[in-house]
Write a protein that binds this ligand. Structure first.
Ligand SMILES: Nc1nc2c(ncn2[C@@H]2O[C@H](COP(=O)(O)OP(=O)(O)O)[C@@H](O)[C@H]2O)c(=O)[nH]1
Ligand SMILES: [Mg+2]
Length: 432
């Protein structure tokens, strides 16, 4: 066995559970597998029942063990999975046993790093995996899964291949006679570069969608003090499955809750309200309100009676305390009573509509995080330079196209620096 290059970790969650899965990854694990399983002619990917014993022969637990022969495994190395009972004492005992077998505990993300180094995953797949492990809602799960299964890599690889081709033809134009090249090649490569620029630009414009699905769609409740913002907030949180509630501090500060609406993660913020004040602490609350407003994907602007404010694609106008009103004259507003609950369903439906209009059917949306956003933007500028500065000099043109291709390569990790890798893998938990 290749000592210390063999790593192990708990791949299931820690705590009392029916079954725990401990994964071991390294070179040549077959002998060790035969030793612990007690079976001689073991096959890859078969489940074996075994009495797992330590070196002294004492029983640790009754387990199911599976051997995955390299390269057909998650990491591309030999992998052993031990399915034990999920008691912390059992897990700890197995860990101490494995530690005496020339193995060590894996670092966070180390399994995925090996999968990457062995060509099993590229960096966008790893990003997708990290997003999947973080998924709390159904839409987050779908979105992350698509990326993890290579949907995004396919797009990036396609872009990169086209760029490499354009750069190659530009070089050929310099070196070969025009008659030896495809007809109208110079026009073709220029229009191809323009198409790529457009596509990348469109993808970048979807960054907000990616962000809203991955980190939540931000909805802020604003309005003057006492119009009933907090009461409506409570109604909305109560009407939905609240994932996390009451994130923030004092009553004058912003209170947030994460709720699940139709599978989308929504960050609902109850703000301090907007008004002039001499009170320093209240001013801080109002500053936070302004911040929430700027970051909101949707604003619920709450009033009590008349208002001139009109709804738009980012604002729903709500008139609350309708139980105290005689007539409903504003056709553009939604009338609610946080007191009786009347109109809350209508408000919820209006929110749903905004949510679906903004985020539905975004199958082509790439999972874009800060790292990929930066690289995509750089690629876009390289293409823009190549196209705009083009004056018949194919040398410079090709150089910009190659730089764009390199940026896409960095997204995939085909070209990469260690710090980028560290940052990508450290977002993963132990055992992944
Ligand atoms: N009659 C009536 N009172 C309400 C309604 N919503 C809130 N209130 C009351 O209005 C006051 C202010 O509500 P609150 O939610 O704290 O308002 P906020 O300052 O905008 O957060 C409280 O006394 C609530 O009980 C409503 O729909 N009808
Ligand atoms: Mg309030």
């Amino acid at each position: 066995m290749n000592n210390n290059n063999t790593i192990f970790a708990l791949s299931s969650g820690f705590g009392k559970s029916g079954v725990a899965v401990i994964r071991i990854s390294g070179d040549n694990l077959k002998n060790f597998f035969q030793q612990i399983s007690g079976h001689k002619n073991t096959e890859s990917r078969h489940a074996y029942f075994c009495n797992l014993r330590d070196d002294a022969g004492d029983l640790i637990d009754q387990c199911i063990v599976i051997y995955f022969a390299a390269p057909a495994s998650f990491t591309g190395e030999d992998i052993i999975e031990i399915h034990s009972h999920g008691a912390p004492a059992v897990i700890n005992k197995i860990f101490s046993f494995l530690s005496t077998q020339n193995m060590r505990m894996a670092e966070p993300g180390e399994f995925s790093r090996r999968a990457f180094l062995n060509g099993k995953m590229d960096l966008t797949d790893v990003d997708g995996l990290a997003a999947l492990l973080d998924a709390q809602t159904d839409k987050q799960r779908q979105f992350a899964l698509k990326s993890m299964l290579g949907g995004d890599s396919e797009k990036y690889n396609d872009w990169r291949n086209q760029m490499v081709e354009i750069a190659a033809y530009s070089a050929a134009i310099l070196d070969y006679d025009e008659n030896d090249l495809p007809a109208n090649i110079s026009e073709k490569i220029l229009s191809k570069a323009k198409e790529l620029f457009q596509e990348i630009n469109t993808s970048l414009s979807h960054y907000n969608i990616s962000r809203a699905i991955t980190h939540g769609f931000n909805i802020a409740l604003v309005g003057e003090t006492n119009v009933g913002k907090s009461s409506i907030f409570n109604r909305l949180v109560g009407a939905n499955r609240a994932i996390v509630s009451d994130i923030a501090g004092t009553t004058r500060d912003v209170i947030s809750a994460q709720i699940d609406i139709d599978g989308y993660l929504v960050n609902l913020s109850d703000t301090a309200g907007l008004r002039e004040t001499d009170d320093q602490i209240e001013q801080m609350g109002i500053d936070r309100t302004k911040y929430e407003l700027e970051n909101a994907d949707l604003v619920l602007h709450i009033f009590n009676n008349k208002t001139d404010t009109l709804p738009d694609n980012k604002t729903i106008v709500v008139i609350n305390k309708s139980d105290e009103l005689k007539s409903k004259t504003n056709k553009k507003a939604i009338y609610t009573s946080a007191k009786t609950g009347k109109g809350i369903d209508e408000l919820l439906n209006a929110i749903r509509k905004h949510l679906h209009d903004a985020l539905d059917n975004r199958d082509n949306t790439l999972v874009i995080n800060a790292r990929t956003y930066k690289l995509l933007t750089d690629a876009k500028y390289e293409l823009e330079h190549a196209i705009e500065k083009f004056d018949g000099n194919y040398d410079i043109f090709a150089e910009h196209i190659r730089a764009a291709a390199d940026n896409i390569g960095k997204i995939l990790g085909t070209i990469t620096a260690n710090d980028v890798m560290d940052a990508t893998f450290s977002q993963l938990c132990l055992g992944k």
